[in-house]
Write a protein that binds this ligand. Structure first.
Ligand code: FE2
Length: 181
């Protein structure tokens, strides 16, 4: 049976199933891993009402953070992803969260530490997933494995590699436009 978290993510991604196409399960699991890592880094169990993954700002940032890569068909996807998050928050009367969520998405590939507890937690969680757990910010190896077992990363890295290859062909001098110092 799907958990509340899985349902919340599936519901938010539903309108984008055509844009995601065959990548939908790949992206869904990435979102669920990032949210699970947020919970683990915060010392919370997923499903607990105090877990970051139950908060609208984390759900929205996670669901939309890379989505522009598919909807706008570009590896320079921070701006289109931010636009989608802003639309969702406006449609759901959570305009109050727009400044925070915009920063969470905009800084999620920052190389250096980000400002703001939520922004930094989200950046760390995404980094754990993109580095396949090589960087874990103190998270136990077993906690990392448990998340991977539940939400396998099958197809995730090959997809990123294809995005990177397409981008490098089109913009050889700017292969990773979404990475910030
Ligand atoms: Fe990501």
């Amino acid at each position: 049976m799907a958990t509340k978290l899985e349902e919340a993510v599936a519901q938010r991604l539903e309108p984008w199933s055509a844009a995601l196409g065959a990548d939908r399960p790949v992206y869904t699991n990435h979102v669920l891993r990032v949210l699970s890592f947020c919970d683990a880094l915060a010392g919370r169990t997923s499903g607990n009402t105090t877990a970051p993954s139950t908060r609208e700002e984390f759900l929205t940032a996670a669901v939309f953070h890379d989505l522009g890569a598919w909807t706008a068909n570009t590896f320079d996807y921070l701006a289109p992803s931010i636009d989608l998050a802003r639309e969702w928050l406006t449609a759901n009367s959570r305009e109050d969260l727009i400044p925070l969520v915009v920063t969470m998405i905009d800084d999620h590939h920052k190389i250096r530490r980000a400002h703001g507890a939520e922004v930094e937690l989200f950046r760390r969680a995404d980094t754990i997933d993109v580095t396949a757990g090589l960087r874990r910010f103190g998270m136990a190896r077993n906690d990392y494995r448990a998340v991977l077992d539940r939400y396998p990363a099958t197809g995730f890295r090959p997809r990123l590699a294809r995005f990177a290859a397409e981008r490098t062909r089109a913009h050889p001098l700017s292969p990773f436009p979404m990475v910030k110092w």
